[in-house]
Structure formats: C-alpha cells, structure tokens
Design a protein. Sequence first.
Length: 281
Amino acid sequence: MSAEEIAALKEENERLNEQVKQMNMQMIGLRFASNTPDLDDAYDRRKAAVEVESPEIGTRVKIVNQGSKYNSNDFKSSFGEGLDYTDVVEQGAMGVVTQKCQHFKKRGTEVFLVKFDSGKSAVLARKGIEPSFWVGSHVTITNVGCKYAAKDFSSRYPDNTVTDECRVSQRGVIISIQPHYKAKNTTVFLVAIDSKLRCVVMNGKGCTPREIPGLRDYSRRRERKEEERAKKEKEAEEKTTTEEQSPAAEEEPVAGQESEKRAASEEPEDAPSEKKRKVEE
C-alpha cells in the first residue's frame, strides 16, 4: 500500500470519527430534551472522567476531600510567589486546575494548584479533587455573564446552532468540552439547552452540576454488580491457584489401601486360588 493510500485512509478514518462524535452529541442532546438519559452511557462517562489519573490544566474540578490539601508555603517555589494562596478549602468548592507538578519529596506523586472562583488558590492531592463536568453531564446555568458570544464560536461548531439566548436557572446538557481557542488554561463547554439542540458556549463558572435523573440508583446497582463479579473472579482465581499448588492431593491413597496393595504384592504369583483348587478336585 502506497503512502498516498495510507494518508487517504487516515483522512477517511478521521472524517468518520468526527461524524460519530457529532451523532453522539446529537443523541445526548435529544435524550436530555426527552428526559430519557442513557444511564449506562452516563455512568461510563462519569466513571472515566472521575478516574482520570492526572486532570489536565484548565479542568474544572470540585473539592471532594478537603483533608487532601498541602501547605501552600511548601509549594510557592514551584507554583510562584505572587499568587493569593489559601490553606482553607471547603468541601464541594469548585475551581480550575491552573498548574501541576511532582511532589518535592514523594516520588511519583503529583500535586495540583486549584484556583477557586473566589480568586484564591490552594495546593491539593489528586484524591482531593474530582472533575466537575464531563460530556453528557447535566447542568444549570447560574451566571449568564459567563457565556461567550455566539459569533466567536459559530464557526468552531458548524454542525450546531450556537445562540446567545439563555437565562439563569435554565437547564442544559454538556455535549462538548474544548480548550478556549485563545485564553490560556481556559475550558469552554458547549451546552445544549432545548429540543431544537440550540447551544450556548459557557465558561465553567457560569454552570453548576445537576444530578442526572435516575443515575444515583443506577450507579449503586452497577457498583454492586461489579463488586460481586470482582469477588467471584477473585475466588475462582484463588481456587485455581490452590489446585495448581497441590496437584498430588487428589492422588493420595485412602487409609488402608496402601496395606492391602502391599499384602497383595507379597503374595506368590504361583499360589493357586481357592476356586482353582476346587476345580482340580
């Protein structure tokens, strides 16, 4: 296959992937508008977002473990002296990852500088933060002042109807998450707001997460099934390991059989049996 043919196949593959992406975006929007979310898909997307090992700079996060905060004075040399640091964080507070680096003592441990909506910054461990949004998450618009002008993004979302019309308390669903084309360390969210799939482009500070109907109970059932499956797999693995470690256990003779075999082996081969003697008589 020539280089031109390989390049053509790659281009076609990219085009098809983009079409699939657009179809998924439309499906998420339509399911939101009809109030029939795909709970299986929502669970998988949320789990994938939460389990990201190292959230990218610009990721909108919330505090899930306020005890996982480091002393800011220990990291000023890494993140900069001129920032407005705080060592007090609240559970559930939201902010943006602006920097990250390796811990100066703990090898392989990454720490994150999170700038909160108040303007203050704190240093946290990975287990202390969790991404606030993912594609498919439901949101409520809380600040229309955090909306970007439609004219600046219409060309960047040619397959979607981008509008400037939205209101506070309006509900929506995130169908795309992209870095801002100009602003550094800034993420923008394309939010579908109605059954016509009209969308607004929002900064993370303008939205708050909203629970997807039915996802909490569904997540509990999925987690329970996954735990049961993992337990069964572990038990099967332990059983297999035990059997492999003691293969001779099944061949061990039953008590009394060994003495019978020994007595039989000591009997002369030419000794006539009782039946044989009766026949000869």
